[in-house]
Design a protein around this ligand. Structure first.
Ligand SMILES: Cc1cc2nc3c(=O)[nH]c(=O)nc-3n(C[C@H](O)[C@H](O)[C@H](O)COP(=O)(O)OP(=O)(O)OC[C@H]3O[C@@H](n4cnc5c(N)ncnc54)[C@H](O)[C@@H]3O)c2cc1C
Length: 458
């Protein structure tokens, strides 16, 4: 986006492997050690599709050519629920694909981009300083590479992901400490990819793609080239469910979920892949005295990352990058103004997404912990959380609320934006009272424990 806006950009990527020629190669052999979730389930929400359509029509075309899955929830639901199609509904549609496919397309586009030099197999090792842009605040004027080479730039963008060492590097320059909050929301993910058999079809979702069922959740995500993923996620503390790493236990549990078993009707193209220990982490490079440094901006996961239970990382990251381009347009010439504008925009527009995601994860984990210990799940932490839960119970009863819920899951509108709309809160409360929660069908805790123990040969 910065290169297309007229800047000369150098992109430094530590992983040495070139972008594979084909999507199949990307899936089968591309070594992306820098992204440990590379072959795990990924979903692009409507926000990502919106940014891609506006900023990268060529990438959108390439995704369509790659048979990216088109998810149009309004089209798939019955007319009695959706009402007549509205012009705004097109914004709720998303194009999604496997991470390997998304990266192959973005990578090939980047490699061909004029004004963008992509250097792979080049690790950044630290920061260079230049004359301060204001008072005692250190100014970052470039990066030092692992081999000792130095590169100078008007702006250093940290896109090193969730493990970015930027705070450490800034501290080494004598900057004020970066304010960091982090917690492990405590989920483990067990996912497997499938492909439709020759002549077979891609399963259609029944209900929501994310389904909480007692002490586990099921995530069913359509992907490109007639592939899809099924992911079960559980509390990391739930020892018996560690058996889900075993393919028989995993299959038995999906098979026992009446609204999800049909997602097993395909050819498995991976084993069950497990991942846990994923932190929610937010960084702020700004104190009461101003920015901790100038000349540097952390974007996407390097700024804040969350557990992937809601699959928001890329959608918010792409959008954050688009907003970076906007702030660069306005403020690049004045490093202090830039640092100020970047921090304030990020905190105003993106931090609420971080907090909302963490609140949702905490609530679900508290529910799981209670259920697996035979306790009554705790009520919502606050009025807004209760309202959000109630909204998702009432989607089927009101076309307005349905669209509001899809805007929220699509990262298009925050809960607080939706609740501020006239009449929305009253409508949610009224409908939620008329429609008590109805659990998604699936095994009871006892059945669940039996299911995962027996096939595992316990
Ligand atoms: C299990 C799992 C499932 C997920 N599912 C989804 C989903 O469904 N939808 C979604 O939107 N998001 C999902 N996410 C989140 C998503 O993967 C991240 O939000 C996204 O990858 C962040 O992009 P990024 O560019 O900020 O960082 P990354 O994708 O982590 O990229 C960082 C890059 O920096 C490179 N790098 C690191 N250090 C250096 C260095 N010193 N020098 C040079 N290069 C360096 C790395 O090699 C890497 O290529 C998931 C995450 C996990 C863990």
């Amino acid at each position: 986006m910065l290169a297309r806006d007229g800047h000369e950009v150098t992109l430094l990527e530590r992983d040495p492997a070139p972008v594979p020629e084909t999507l199949e190669e990307a899936w089968e052999v591309w070594d992306r050690g820098g992204v440990s979730q590379f072959r795990l389930a990924h979903f692009l929400h409507a926000r990502a599709s919106d940014v891609i359509a506006r900023e990268f029509p060529d990438i959108r075309e390439a995704m369509i050519a790659a048979e990216a899955a088109v998810v149009d929830n309004i089209a798939r639901l019955p007319d009695e629920i959706t009402g007549p199609r509205r012009p705004v509904d097109d914004r709720l549609v998303t194009l999604t694909a496997r991470r390997t496919t998304i990266e192959q397309i973005f990578g090939a586009t980047a490699d061909a981009e004029p004004q963008l030099e992509v250097r792979r197999g080049v690790a950044v090792d630290g920061l260079l300083t230049g004359p301060s842009a204001g008072g005692a605040v250190p100014h970052v004027a470039g990066v030092r590479l692992a081999g000792g080479e130095e590169l100078r730039a008007d702006l250093v963008v940290d896109a090193m992901g969730r493990r970015s060492p930027l705070p450490k590097w800034l501290e080494a320059l004598g900057c004020a400490p970066v304010a960091e909050e982090a917690e492990d929301s405590g989920f483990i993910y067990y996912g497997r990819f499938f492909r439709a058999a020759d002549g077979g079809s891609v399963p259609q979702p029944i209900g929501s793609m994310l389904a909480p069922i007692g002490s586990f959740s099921v995530l069913t995500l359509p992907s490109d080239q007639r592939t899809w993923s099924v992911t079960l996620f559980v509390s990391a503390g739930d020892q018996p469910l560690k058996a889900l790493r075993n393919v028989e236990a995993w299959t038995a549990l999906v098979d026992a979920c009446p609204l999800h078993a049909h997602w097993l009707d395909g050819e498995p193209i991976t084993d069950v892949m497990a991942m846990g220990g994923v932190l929610d982490r937010h960084r702020r490079f700004f104190t009461d005295d101003g920015p901790v440094a100038t000349g540097v901006a952390a974007v996407a996961d390097a700024w804040a990352c969350t557990n992937p239970s809601l699959g928001r990382g890329i959608s918010l990251g792409l959008w954050h990058a688009a907003r970076l381009r906007d702030v660069v347009r306005e403020e690049l010439d004045d490093p202090l103004e830039f640092a100020d504008a970047w921090d304030h925009m990020t905190e105003r527009e993106f931090a609420p997404w971080y907090r909302s995601t963490v609140a949702t994860d905490r609530a679900r984990l508290a529910e799981i912990e209670a259920l697996r210990n035979g306790l009554e799940p705790p009520g919502p932490a606050d009025f807004e959380s209760g309202l959000e839960a109630a909204l998702f119970r009432t989607l089927a009863y009101d076309p307005e609320l349905l669209r509001a819920g899809l805007e929220m899951t699509g990262c298009l509108a925050l809960p607080q934006e939706v609740f501020a709309r006239p009449g929305v809160v009253d409508k949610i409360v009224e409908l939620a009272e008329a429609h008590p929660p109805s659990p998604i069908p699936g095994p009871t805790r006892e059945e669940l424990l039996r299911l995962v123990a027996e096939p595992a040969g316990a």
